[in-house]
Design a protein around this ligand. Structure first.
Ligand SMILES: [Zn+2]
Length: 314
């Protein structure tokens, strides 16, 4: 070993683990986007999305600043943020002024029911976009926002079912009350599961999806009861069944795509920024929520044009 080599070895911190870690850390610090393997363990959720991650920020401000960086959460955030704001604008006035035709029998209850649904859609989509914005903060924040996200979904399902229960059973108080109580009880049971710590683990991802599908499917019972009571043709018009069936199709397709992580499972890394399962799920949720609004509006019109206007609830 020459003397020059010896000097070099003394100056260069080769084999000094802390110095290597420091330089590694500063390299990581300077990056805007990270790969899956560079993330802390709590952030490693979908190993088929390889790049484009905002790494744990530990700062609200940095989470908000990441809104201006094109990353693998951008589509998730903006699909629901834009649609949430749209539903809010509809709720605070546009629906009442522009989109709802007024009949002589229209009452405040009609506006309240339509706005009740709009509030559910606004709340769910806003909770979702907040979750995707702030989940990068830290593990505990991610868990807390995930619960907010799920509570938003429960709120949307509840508002969806009750809004159509009103138009389906506007002239049958006892059925409306019965199915509303069942819906509220199921929503409460779902909420307990969501808020329970064990349920929040990623191992429960498939079970969570199944649970929410089951809650959504509970809407079948009032429809089936309505078929027995009023007949298929009238139920189809009362709750605008064609839109509700398309809505169910989009929600279920979204949940299946989300559950099986299609398409990134087939081609890992190819859909990191655009086109991965969570983004498809978000788009399908927006489409389905709009179809439900269409169903509620159609039910409102049918009630006032064919069924004689106000019922027991006015
Ligand atoms: Zn989401």
């Amino acid at each position: 070993m020459s003397s020059i080599t010896e000097v070099k070895q003394r100056r260069t911190p080769v084999g000094n683990p802390s110095a290597e870690e420091d330089s590694q850390d500063s390299k990581l610090e300077n990056k805007k986007l990270y790969d899956f393997h560079e993330l802390p363990e709590w952030q490693q959720d979908n190993d088929k999305i390889l790049t484009g991650y905002i790494r744990e920020t530990r700062s609200w401000r940095k989470c908000l600043r990441a809104l201006l960086i094109w990353n693998n959460e951008s589509v998730n955030i903006y699909t629901h943020l834009v649609s949430s704001i749209s539903y809010f604008l509809l709720m605070v006035g546009l629906t009442n002024v522009v989109a709802v035709p007024v009949f002589p029998t229209t009452t405040m209850m009609d506006f309240s029911v339509i706005n009740f649904y709009l509030f559910g859609a606004f709340g769910c989509l806003m909770c979702s976009s907040c979750f995707h914005t702030f989940k990068q903060h830290s593990g505990p924040h991610c868990d807390a926002w995930s619960k907010v996200d799920y509570m938003g979904i429960i709120g949307l399902i509840t508002c969806s079912i009750i809004s159509l229960l009103y138009y389906g059973y506007f002239d049958s108080k006892e059925y409306f009350v019965l199915f509303t109580i069942v819906t509220v009880l199921l929503a409460s049971a779902c909420s307990v599961c969501v808020l329970h710590e064990k349920f929040n683990h990623k191992d429960f991802r498939t079970l969570r999806a199944a649970f929410f599908i089951a809650f959504g499917f509970s809407g079948i019972f009032p429809v089936a009861t309505g078929v027995l009571k009023f007949g298929v043709a009238e139920v189809a018009e009362r709750v605008q069944l064609r839109f509700v069936l398309w809505e169910a199709f989009f929600y279920i397709s979204g949940a299946v795509i989300y559950g099986f992580r299609i398409p990134e499972t087939v081609a890992p890394g190819k859909f990191d920024f655009l086109g991965h399962s969570h983004q498809i799920f978000h788009v399908l949720v927006v489409v389905a929520s709009f179809l439900h609004l269409r169903a509620v509006m159609g039910s409102y019109v049918f009630k006032h044009t064919h069924l004689g206007g106000p019922g027991w609830l006015l």
